[in-house]
Design a protein around this ligand. Structure first.
Ligand code: PLP
Length: 459
């Protein structure tokens, strides 16, 4: 069976974010089954999925309640849309539930099929808001270098990943990028722990990154800037946790120039940082929040944009028809699963457990990896974490790029039964929120073994 699937995969299947030719030569790992925090491949191997799929399986695999919610809804009403004055119970109930758990000033949601579509939607909403306010020239969106906001044309234009920009342009106009608060990435490691609020150099760096936003606003003209978009903690860019000084300084800049704050919660939403939303962890008050992934624990595709009252009131009262929507906006089966997912997160106090127990436990265990000879930094917040691989700790030297140390480490992890992701030489984890202490211990032990082997093969 595996051989046949591999043959068909090579012959017909173009995978996302993949060198098609190289994959054709190497072949794919075929995942056949999953439960809890484990996935199983067609070779019969079990792997601890420290990435929760693609940062999305927050409740872990195999939750019967979600399967039941899907099958019951499939029987009752497998599809209907929310266009043209119609709707259905799952979409309405999910909208109400999201308003209940979101920050108090966010009471409306526009559903999409994915995070990328959510970002396309928010872009149109932000610009439309300012047009309705009589300021149509407020069009620029400030995003961050190395950000990931999706793969649609708007998503990748908002994102700050140069290799993506180089393919399939031109980009959506009116988007500009500023530096990210990536302390380690600036080669500053060893100057003091990133998350040490008392470290004056890291904190000054956080304020400098916020100042870069202000400088860009002044360059473009404050009456030309619609919004700033960022993730609370940057995920795909490398699990980049900003210094504590960053967000308060960013908030102050945006308030000073009356610029909308868009917080992309596609990864940080639904408990990852130990709060319903990363915005709550950092006490942000976003105008727009793109969501997806953990909304349904990835069981079915659904996303959306949570809209703050200021923007929603304007769109509702002054906007007329919004010419925008997707066939699968608020799909009933996806919405039913998402609703059940949120109910479980709430009833089982999963998010409180991340905040009070699992996050601190992971932090204590993960920090032990910082002692490893090829680790320059081990950081985590809630259930997101990263390891920065270095060739020389004392000399603060990265590995030569040609060694592809991150990819090597990732492959060794898989050989040992652990799925970690590599972004360059940054190793990332974002496990299901239902991981246990024993599984965290196993994950850290596997990671340490893989680091040992990586160091051995690179020496
Ligand atoms: N925004 C962020 C922060 C993401 O991490 C992602 C996906 O990884 C997206 C948007 C795009 O979401 P999707 O892949 O559902 O389109």
């Amino acid at each position: 069976m595996t051989d046949e699937l591999t043959r068909l995969d090579r012959a017909h299947h173009l995978h996302p974010f993949t060198d098609f030719k190289a994959l054709g030569e190497e072949g794919s790992r075929i995942i056949v089954h999953a439960e809890g925090v484990y996935i199983h491949d067609s070779e019969g191997r079990r792997l601890l999925d420290a990435m929760a799929g693609l940062w999305c399986v927050n409740l872990g695999y195999g939750r019967e309640e979600l399967i039941t919610a899907a099958t019951e809804q499939l029987r009752e009403l497998p599809y209907y849309n929310n266009f043209f004055k119609s709707t259905h119970a799952p979409a309405v109930k999910l909208a109400a539930k999201l308003s209940e758990i979101a920050p108090a000033h966010m009471n409306h949601v526009f559903f999409t099929g994915s995070g990328s579509e959510a970002n396309d939607t928010m872009l149109r909403m932000a610009r439309r808001y300012w047009a309705l306010k009589g300021k149509p020239e407020k069009q620029w969106i400030i995003a961050r270098e190395n950000a990931y906001h999706g793969s649609t044309v708007a998503g990748m234009s908002l994102g700050g990943m140069a290799p993506m920009h180089e393919q399939g342009g031109p980009l959506v106009p009116g988007i500009t990028h500023v530096r990210q608060p990536y302390w380690f990435g600036e080669g500053r490691f060893g100057e003091g722990p990133l998350n040490d609020a008392a470290d004056p150099s890291a904190q000054a760096f956080g304020r400098d990154c916020a100042a870069a936003i202000e400088a860009r606003i002044l360059e473009l003209g404050e009456d030309k800037v619609a919004a700033f978009i960022a993730e609370p903690v940057q995920g795909a860019g490398g699990a980049i946790i900003p210094p504590e000084s960053y967000w308060p300084a960013v908030k102050a800049v945006l308030a000073k120039y009356d610029i909308l704050l868009v917080v992309d919660e596609v990864i940080c939403g639904f408990g990852r940082l130990g709060a319903w939303f990363g915005s709550m962890h950092y006490d942000l008050a976003p105008d727009l929040m793109p969501i997806a992934k953990g909304l349904s624990s990835g069981y079915l595709p659904i996303g959306g944009v949570l809209v703050g009252d200021r923007v929603a009131d304007t769109l509702i009262e002054e906007g007329g028809e919004f010419f925008h929507g997707f066939t699968y906006s608020g799909h009933p089966v996806c919405a039913a699963v998402a609703l059940k997912n949120l109910e479980i997160l709430q009833d089982e106090r999963v998010i409180e457990r991340v905040r009070e127990d699992l996050g601190p436990y992971l932090a204590s265990r993960w920090a032990t990896l910082a002692e490893h000879p090829i680790v320059g930094e081990a950081r985590s917040l809630g259930l997101i974490g990263a390891l920065e691989l270095v060739a020389d700790k004392a000399g603060r030297a990265r590995f030569d790029k040609s060694l592809a140390a991150g990819n090597l480490c990732r492959d060794i992890c898989i050989e040992r039964g652990l799925v970690m992701r590599s972004v360059g030489d940054t190793m990332i984890i974002s496990p299901p929120l239902v991981i246990t202490h024993a599984q965290i211990d196993a994950m850290v032990d596997l990671a340490r073994d893989a680091l040992d082997e990586t160091a051995r093969r690179l020496s």
